[in-house]
Write a protein that binds this ligand. Structure first.
Ligand code: SAH
Length: 248
């Protein structure tokens, strides 16, 4: 069986137990070497073959994943959670075509790790109940109707992947789209790695403050990093719900 496994954001103990157990059993691991922490490969047995996919094409990855008997345990290790910018759909379709079965083991996304590093909650009552996950167009185009400025018009919490190298333009487009220039914003570099770095500021100040960070970072934007919010109804003594009676 082939397993697509989310490696988590970096720290080796942030892979799931299921993912770790499969790594221990794997005969072959094809890992996304540009972002996956190589320490995760220490879970593998000595005889396990490890291939870094950073220099491989899709065709070469598929050839590697399918080179072994179908009953072998083969792992495709992706950073964070594979459902976010993981390029797994094209791999799954290629495996379907060749008649190979696979399973996906989810992982902790850098989206979650960045919020933890900032000690933040994306969905604050009275601030925003929506998290927009997007990116600036790069080699991969972004559909016109998802332009940064049109998404910014919602004023929701936003997490931008793959965009820190264009931070100047990103912040300008966010402001042009409707966020106030003093909206809280942050760059989280290599969340959960030993060299993790947090840069906090506003949409106006962030490009200068985080100018030294060129890759492997998330850009987070929104009032959820500010001081104002409403307390939750769920834990409010004056509200009843399925599991608790309100105080009289
Ligand atoms: N599937 C991954 C994202 C892969 S795209 C996930 O769920 O996290 C690669 C981008 O993810 C990077 O350019 C960066 O924006 C972000 N990223 C990955 N690991 C990160 C980390 N540890 N800290 C901050 N951002 C990270």
């Amino acid at each position: 069986m082939i397993y697509f496994i989310g490696a988590g954001p970096g720290a080796p103990d942030l892979i799931t137990v299921r993912g770790m157990e499969l790594l221990k059993r794997a005969e072959l691991v094809v890992y996304a070497g540009s972002l996956v922490n190589p320490e995760l490969l220490n879970y593998c047995a000595a005889q396990c073959v490890r291939l870094n996919s950073a220099s491989m094409t899709l065709e070469q990855v598929i050839a590697a994943l399918t080179a072994r008997p179908k009953e072998s345990t083969v792992v495709r290790l992706h950073t964070g959670d594979p459902s976010i910018y993981g390029a797994i759909r094209e791999q799954m379709d290629a495996l379907d075509k060749r008649g190979y079965d696979y399973e996906i083991v989810p992982g902790v996304s850098s989206l979650n790790a960045a919020a933890a590093a900032l000690r933040a909650e994306y969905t604050l009552p009275g601030v925003s109940q929506t998290l927009i996950v997007s990116r600036m167009a790069g080699k991969t185009p972004v559909p016109e109707k998802e332009s940064i400025s049109s998404l910014a018009a919602h004023g929701a919490s936003m997490a931008l992947f793959l965009s820190v190298s264009m931070l100047d333009r990103l912040c300008a487009e966010l402001i042009a789209g409707g966020y106030a220039p003093d909206t809280p914003a942050a760059v989280v570099y290599k969340a959960t790695w030993p060299d993790e770095e947090l840069v906090r500021g506003t949409l106006e100040s962030l490009p200068q403050r985080a100018a030294h960070i060129g890759r492997t970072a998330l850009v987070l934007v929104g009032g959820f990093m500010g001081g104002e919010y409403e307390r939750s109804r769920l834990y409010d003594p004056s509200f009843s719900h399925m599991f608790r009676e309100a105080d009289k």
